[in-house]
Design a protein around this ligand. Sequence first.
Ligand SMILES: NC(=O)c1ccc[n+]([C@@H]2O[C@H](COP(=O)([O-])OP(=O)(O)OC[C@H]3O[C@@H](n4cnc5c(N)ncnc54)[C@H](OP(=O)(O)O)[C@@H]3O)[C@@H](O)[C@H]2O)c1
Length: 277
Amino acid sequence: MQKQQTILITGASSGIGRQIAKTLAQKGHKVFAGIRKKSDKIELEKLNKNIIGVYIDVTKSSSIDKAFWFVIKNTDKLDVLINNAGIALAGPIEGLSTETIKEQFEVNTFAPLKVLHKFLPLLHGGKIINMSSMASSGIFPYVSPYCASKRALDIMFNSFALENKDNIKVISIKPAVIKTPIWNKSVKRARELFEEQNETLKEKYIKDLLLMEKNALESNNTGLDVSKVALTVLKAVEKSNPKPSYCVGIKSNFAMTLQMLPQGLLNKLIKIKLCRL
Ligand SMILES: NC(=O)c1ccc[n+]([C@@H]2O[C@H](COP(=O)([O-])OP(=O)(O)OC[C@H]3O[C@@H](n4cnc5c(N)ncnc54)[C@H](OP(=O)(O)O)[C@@H]3O)[C@@H](O)[C@H]2O)c1
């Protein structure tokens, strides 16, 4: 039996985060599960007595502060922080405002840094597990803000792993496509953003956008099960010496290998793939 660990995970209301909270709690770990709605707190706490819902909107410093005070009322040490909350914004770069791109980075990149800064005093000798993505390879056009936000997350936290003097380990989890609500949310938001564009841009990109939509919605059927990610996270939590990076799904290994090709060759391959969609 593993020693009980105390874990904080953000974005536990649905998808991957919910499954991670459930899996870790079933293994006897104490899980502070980040949520934003009362109904999600009730539902999560019903899943297992080791789960304690904690309100945290990762983009708001005041909310992170409140979550911190809540957590330290219940524990004086965190063994693991899991930065899981995330969103996926999509569209052609030409039509994406810098505000939209900033929004993507606020949730996926800056928020984990804010959470790290706040919870660092509790993490001495512990672990940070970041929910990155195979998108960190940067090889997926039309979701470039998402790809860039995950790559930046990986770079920042890898630096932190090399620099920190508190023996905190950093682990990046890079799932391939997983069946979760993120895909429907992303398509809905991409449509809204596209509707705001002028007619010339719409005409230029409508065909590509519809293909991307179709691809994204197919993920609801073809994606891997959330349990694959949760079991990888469990391994990273329980191993004393986890790897700094885990791909989940063969397509993720493939993406991380492809990104090492010379850019010219890689772009040719991506264009061939786009033409075949
Ligand atoms: N699904 C995939 O194919 C895939 C692949 C690779 C990586 N990932 C990554 O896995 C993570 C989880 O995504 P998912 O697929 O499980 O999607 P999901 O079901 O949509 O879950 C996203 C979670 O993030 C939370 N969240 C969003 N914005 C937040 C904010 N400002 N503050 C606090 N929580 C916030 C959501 O909470 P609310 O319910 O309150 O909005 C929800 O709990 C993300 O980082 C995503 O990039 C997903």
